[in-house]
Design a protein around this ligand. Structure first.
Ligand SMILES: [Mn+2]
Length: 329
């Protein structure tokens, strides 16, 4: 499938369908969910109704993308003849919505992730990992059609795409930030995207309680193994004290990723008493291997797992693992 044909082929399927759902991966982010908003908005502009099927997550953080949207959390009685999945190509990442996709007559997958395991069976599949976000794929697909919309409609679509870029490039700093990303960003600005507002509303949109939580977490930083490993944690009590839900905002690791001289970062977040969610970050050592030892996974440089027990014990155990990994470099 060529990107030039993606929009027309998709719109043919939309034309034939009576009930259209749009969905994305579980623990959705500012790429998958906001790309779903963009697609739903485009369909609405051309007179087609669709429903975004969420995993029940809180979408309050997208308050600044003000257009009305139709979102319902998944329930087993959801049934649609066309399901469009964005930012995800594997049944493993759909959570309970596997049935929604399996029971649809027609399935479309639009994604920019490398195909790993258990790929979604689809009538139309467009997967291209050279795009920085799935929103960027949508923009490339619909660019020719946007001039038919009003300028306010074009701007809303462009703002959504811009948020997907902010999300997946982490504000234009990740390794995927290339010429193509900046060229796309320039096109989006031409549609009237207010980049300063979007940055503030999306990237810096923390409540005071969330900032206190992050600050208190950063205050726990300790360096071990010759200052090569950074450990920090957020206790369950802190989440209660700051009255926040740490799963709904960007985690504190982003503030320490540039700390000098580090071989690895481990962040311990206590989501329930004694239940720790660990996040690993590294530039050299393979932290995916360590996470998978405890039933987790991810990538070489960013991975995670869950362990229950006492923080002191867990820290000791992980420091040993990391020490070995560093020795093996
Ligand atoms: Mn993405």
């Amino acid at each position: 499938m060529n990107i030039e044909h993606l929009a027309d082929t998709l719109l043919q399927l939309v034309e034939q369908a009576s009930q259209i759902a749009i969905s994305t991966h579980r623990e959705s982010d500012g790429d998958g969910m906001v790309a779903a908003f963009a697609l739903q908005y485009y369909l609405k502009c051309i007179g087609r109704k669709s429903t975004i099927i969420s995993d029940g997550e809180d979408l309050g953080r997208y308050f600044f993308l003000k257009e009305d949207r139709e979102v319902i959390p998944y329930s087993p009685d959801c049934s649609f003849d066309l399901v469009i999945v964005v930012d995800c190509n594997s049944y493993d990442r759909l959570g309970a919505r596997v049935d929604l996709v399996r029971n649809a007559k027609q399935v479309v997958v639009i994604d920019h992730h490398v195909i790993e395991h258990n790929p979604i069976q689809a009538q139309l599949s467009f997967i291209d990992s050279t795009y920085a976000s799935v929103g960027a794929v949508l923009y490339a697909a619909f660019a020719q059609k946007l001039p038919a919309l009003s300028s306010a409609q074009q701007r809303y679509f462009a703002e959504c795409v811009y948020v997907t870029l902010l999300n997946d490039t982490n504000g234009f700093v990740n390794a995927n930030t290339d010429e193509k990303v900046f060229e796309l960003a320039a096109s989006l600005v031409r549609h009237g995207t207010q980049v300063n507002h979007l940055y503030m509303d999306f990237m810096q949109n923390h409540t005071a309680g969330e900032m206190k939580y992050i600050g208190a977490t950063l205050a726990t930083i300790e360096l071990v193994e010759d200052q090569q490993i950074l450990l920090m944690h957020s206790a369950y009590a802190l989440k209660q004290q700051c009255e926040v839900d740490p799963e709904t905002f960007k985690q504190a690791t982003r503030y320490v990723q540039g700390v000098k001289g580090l071989k690895a970062i481990v962040y311990f977040r206590e989501d329930q008493p004694g239940e720790w969610k660990l996040s690993f970050r590294s530039l050299e050592i393979d932290v995916q291997k360590i996470a998978s030892k405890y039933g987790g996974g991810g990538h070489r440089q960013a991975s995670g797992c869950q362990i229950s027990g006492s923080l002191t014990e867990i820290k000791k155990m992980l420091t040993e693992d990391l020490k070995k990994a560093i020795a093996g470099l």
